[in-house]
Design a protein around this ligand. Structure first.
Ligand SMILES: [Zn+2]
Length: 253
């Protein structure tokens, strides 16, 4: 048995038995960690607050029979207002689902953690569109994982596409492609590709600046989402939830 102190965010909760819960914590230094929280769903449990979805906190764990068990926890940030807005909650859930699938155990991921922390902060407290934050997160998350889509140069032949009248977007090829490499199919919106290029140039603390018009957001999603699902099929449920919301798909808020 060994005691461990971790700082991390709850990216998944799975309830079991009457009052217990398994948490998946995402930590900047050690990636994903599953830990049991016994009795945490009792209203009198000292673990009740720190075992909620999206809580960022300090946790004391002990290791017993190949499992981490949460002994104590302190909430540093609850992101509580997320629970009061279905679109923001859905976008945050999409970010968490992507981390659950894309971040491995024992994988130091400070840049991914920073991205998640910033996106959740903006979704909770910022003047942002949930769909825009989902776009920013997915695009930058895929890039950090090494799956950055081609945008300015053809994924097939490497040619500069910025003067081309027609460009396509191919999930199979890895992003934007010229018409010679991909002769058939729908043309990609070049403004959407430019928006993606610019989002990748920002710092995490500049993401609240991203304000896509509804039609443009839809175009970006039409390229980005099939591409993201290729690498992160586990995000489909949360992506469908987010895009199924009228306020997100039509850009009202
Ligand atoms: Zn080409």
């Amino acid at each position: 048995m060994a005691d461990t102190a971790l700082r991390g965010m709850v990216i998944r909760t799975v309830d079991y038995r009457d009052n217990d819960r398994i948490l998946t914590l995402f930590t900047a230094e050690q990636g994903r960690i599953d830990a049991k929280a016994r009795g945490c769903r009792r209203t009198t449990s000292p673990l009740l607050a720190c075992t909620q979805p999206f809580v960022y906190g300090d946790y004391q764990l002990f290791y017993h029979k190949n499992k981490y068990i949460i002994d104590q926890g302190e909430v540093l940030e609850s992101f509580y207002p997320l629970r009061e807005d279905v679109a923001r909650y859905a976008a945050a859930s999409l970010c968490a689902a992507a981390c659950l699938e894309g971040v491995q155990e024992q994988q130091s991921s400070p840049e991914v953690f920073s991205l998640l922390y910033h996106c959740l902060s903006y979704l909770t407290y910022g003047d942002v569109e949930p769909g825009d934050m989902a776009v920013c997160f997915l695009l930058r998350f895929l890039s950090l994982l090494g799956f950055r889509p081609a945008i300015t140069h053809c994924a097939g032949c490497g040619r500069d596409l910025r003067q081309d009248a027609i460009v396509r977007f191919s999930v199979e090829r890895g992003g934007a492609v010229c018409t010679a490499c991909s002769p058939i199919g729908r043309a990609a919106d070049k403004t959407a590709l430019e928006a993606m290029r610019r989002i990748l140039l920002l710092e995490d603390d500049q993401l609240a600046r991203v304000k896509l018009k509804p039609a443009l957001r839809k175009e970006v999603f039409s390229c980005l989402l099939p591409y993201a699902l290729e690498y992160l099929p586990g995000i489909r449920k949360t992506a469908d939830m987010l895009l199924g919301l009228e306020s997100v798909s039509l850009g009202q808020s």
